[in-house]
Design a protein. Structure first.
Length: 173
């Protein structure tokens, strides 16, 4: 193996180790009131909510809704993502209302870890979990399919003309 090949493999493995460290060291906890505000702020400045036209008032309402459970993913004691659950959101089953990871930590497994956290949280109480994803949000749609979610419905032109909200389902047990 020459130096260039060794250097390539070293960099490739360093990226893999950084990914594994992030997921392993990611801690998910109930959001504080300040973290709910942080989540609302992140939501209105992140895709897909920017494209969906979500306002700060709407984001705050979702983050502070008394029936919603908001959790924040922390890495090195800093918030890096959030997930909002409605415990009885669809036909009495848990529903992932929103999930977001800060840009710098996307595609590092944090979103998957938050979804897995929710599945574990609810699987003793429910056999099913649901979520919606915008048709233009291809990366999120692919993640959900990789995690075992299947599309069970489509709401055409629901929020944006020419786009759909795709209803996805996973059987938990």
């Amino acid at each position: 193996m020459n130096f260039r090949t060794f250097d390539f493999h070293l960099r490739k493995n360093a990226a893999l180790f950084a990914y594994i460290r992030q997921v392993r060291e990611c801690i998910i906890e109930h959001a504080t009131e300040d973290e709910k505000e942080w989540a609302a702020e992140l939501m209105v400045h992140s895709a897909p909510w920017t494209k969906l036209g979500t306002t700060m008032a709407q984001a705050r309402a979702s983050c502070h809704h008394p029936e919603h459970q908001v959790y924040v993913a922390h890495l090195d004691k800093k918030p890096v993502g959030f997930i909002i659950f409605h415990p009885h959101g669809l036909a009495g089953s848990p529903y992932v209302k929103s999930i977001c990871v800060v840009d710098a930590h996307r595609s590092a497994g944090i979103g998957a870890k938050m979804i897995e956290f929710g599945e574990n949280l609810f699987k003793s109480k429910s056999r099913h979990m649901f979520l919606c994803v915008s048709s233009f949000n291809k990366r999120a749609h692919m993640l959900y399919e990789e995690m075992g979610y299947q599309q069970v419905g489509e709401f055409r032109d629901y929020i944006i003309e020419g786009e759909s909200e795709l209803l996805m389902h996973k059987r938990l047990k």
